[in-house]
Design a protein around this ligand. Structure first.
Ligand SMILES: N[C@@H](CCC(=O)N[C@@H](CS)C(=O)NCC(=O)O)C(=O)O
Length: 212
């Protein structure tokens, strides 16, 4: 959704309940996962495949033009599943479990800090420079959730990683990222954390600030 917005593509979005997936969705999503992009009625699944397809068919180009840089970006995009699991401190059931997870979080931020320091030759603020790219779109949802929770938990986990912090701050203020989630995203996310017994749910209070 971030890339569709960054590329100004007109699209309709259908949200589904992942705890009660409709039959029509299971028919078009072989792994039963979102996102799925329907192109002229034909489904495409897997975020990276969808992003690469959009990059091929819709301007402006968001991947770097240089093939070596593109490959490096893809390599960092491949790290997203590990990264997202490494920083999702909000999916822990107790303060101790969260603290334990926090002990390992620097490893993940350090890798990205080094990647930005080594691969970027400008002030950013995005992964490659002033424009949002595919690699940004792949990290944004996880950094967006982390930053949202950080307001409440204040772990300070990003304090030693100024490049990642500036990157995350740019992403959460980007219109394509803000508009990539439903208006009720924050409320639904927080309610899930509360009702499913995740520890941070106890720190969020009863009501939340309005969603973006
Ligand atoms: N590798 C997939 C992962 C997608 C994924 O994990 N989607 C989650 C939501 S963020 C999902 O659909 N979960 C539902 C389920 O696994 O039943 C991609 O990048 O598209």
């Amino acid at each position: 959704m971030i890339l569709l917005r960054a590329k100004n593509v007109d699209f309709d979005v259908t949200y589904i309940d992942l705890t009660d997936k409709p039959d029509w969705f299971l028919k078009i999503s072989p792994h039963g996962k979102v996102p799925v992009l329907s192109v002229d009625g034909e489904p495409l699944f897997e975020s990276n495949a969808i992003a690469e397809y959009l990059e091929d068919v819709v301007d402006p180009k968001c991947h770097p033009a240089d093939p070596f840089k593109r490959a490096r970006n893809r390599a960092w995009t491949d790290f997203v599943p590990d990264f997202s699991k490494g920083i999702n401190i909000y999916y822990t059931k107790s303060r101790e479990a969260m603290d334990e997870k926090l002990e390992g979080i620097s490893t993940f931020f350090q890798k990205l800090e080094d990647a930005i320091a080594n691969d970027r030759d400008n002030e950013g603020p995005y992964f490659n420079g002033p424009e949002i790219s595919l690699v940004d779109a792949s990290y944004a949802p996880f950094l967006q959730r982390f930053m949202l929770i950080e307001q409440f938990v204040q772990t300070g986990a990003l304090k030693d990683f100024p490049l990642v912090r500036a990157w995350a701050e740019a992403l959460i203020q980007d219109d394509a990222v803000i508009g990539s989630v439903h208006d009720s995203f924050e409320e639904v996310f927080f309610n899930n954390l509360r009702t499913r017994g995740w520890y941070v749910g106890t720190l969020l209070g009863e009501s939340t600030v309005a969603a973006e």
